[in-house]
Design a protein around this ligand. Sequence first.
Ligand code: NAP
Length: 248
Amino acid sequence: MKHLLILGGTGEAMLLAERLAHRTELKVTTSMAGRTSNPRLPPGDIRIGGFGGVDGLIEYLRAENVWRIVNATHPFAANISRNAIEAAQATGIPLLRLLRPAWTEKLGDQWIHVPDAKAAAELCRHHKKRIFLTLGAKELGLFAKSDAAFFARIVDLPQSSALPGCHFISDRGPFSLQGERTLLRKHGIDLIVAKNSGGDATYAKLQAARELKIPVIMIDRPPGNADRETVTDVESALEWIDTSLNRD
Ligand code: NAP
């Protein structure tokens, strides 16, 4: 059996593992960072937690005799993506990036583009607004020095708040347009901060923002690395795997 490693933590990684579950010629391991307390688990083998940097990943790839790697992590997971490229280069194991397309602005959208969460926090600093943050827990602390009222949606409620006074909404996508409209109205939101994650699961907030004429501070994606093979959907990743199986 060929050992395929999926770097996961996304809907695409889940779907890819599901689509490969019946394949007897493959052993599929999905790796997850272990950020959420109760993650949805894909079929196949699972390993949870960091590898210990590039060296740890290289060691894992060699010890587990990994045949191919699909990096299906989130578009903002820049560190593991960089590590995957370096480890693939060091071991000679082919690597595919499965990266969903970024969202693009449509008529009626009011997006303010910023390069990172720090710049988004800077813009929010002097707004006495009711701001909806759709970011990870690790970014919330950046917004602490602000006069705004914050509402943050995250999967797991934080133990001690990095953002005092923030109203937390614990929820996991996918989110519906109706649900997003209701949420934005209920909390009187007049500014949204979002990452350009792409995909359908979390897009409804942007549709609702367009309808309700709410501006969005859009954190653009971190710069990617050009030296890698990239596909944008699970079907294409399956084709890459099949082509590789036929070739080897
Ligand atoms: P990151 O900054 O790129 O990664 C930080 C460290 O976490 C990595 O160096 C690695 O530790 C470990 N890690 C990350 N993904 C891993 C994986 N799939 N398997 C094993 N270790 C992993 O990533 P992040 O932004 O913190 O995201 C962490 C995970 O959450 C990713 O799997 C990503 O797909 C998922 N996620 C992220 C976002 C987001 O907005 N960033 C949103 C939804 C889901 P070592 O160096 O020790 O190997």
